[in-house]
Design a protein around this ligand. Sequence first.
Ligand code: GAR
Length: 188
Amino acid sequence: MKIAFFASGSGSNVENIIRYFGNDDFFKFPLILSNIADAYVHERAKTLNVPSITFSREDFLSGGRILSVLQQYNIDAIVLAGFLLKIPQTLIEAFPQKIINIHPALLPKFGGKGMYGDRVHQAVVEAGEKESGVTIHYVNENYDEGNIIFQAKCPVEVSDTAGIVAQKVHALEYEYFPKAIERLWKGE
Ligand code: GAR
């Protein structure tokens, strides 16, 4: 199964997933796509020896150009790992039940447009939540609203800053995102 990553930022989840599967016979990761030319994910891509490309917002929203790149690489599924644009309908239709996202909170809370990365953790702390976590879900045409595949929780202490919550959530992401992909698409 050939999986493409979409990432807008550091790409630590992309790297963690690719390293987790190593030379797996079943999963291949031939391409990383980003909307940000200087995102750190491109540096990781070089180290990992995986081609990475940057597309413009216009190309992305129209869908067609991205779709033809994905077809050139025979991509079967898409994993969003810190990707900040809404997925266009063309791609959702071309990859039914084959696009998943990770969100750094317990959806349906703390999701939606503009809720990404540290903003999410700040909102969790400001709301006085007692727990946070990760949600892995299918992607549909609305931000963070597709069916939930997996959640894991971590406690949030009264003294926790957004940075500390981020560390706890990242630890859950590194542990569970690769395993969720394996269980979902390889049945393990
Ligand atoms: C991750 O924590 C991911 O859950 C979050 O962005 C971070 C990317 O980190 N995604 C969202 O907030 C999506 N709404 P990474 O680039 O180091 O993998």
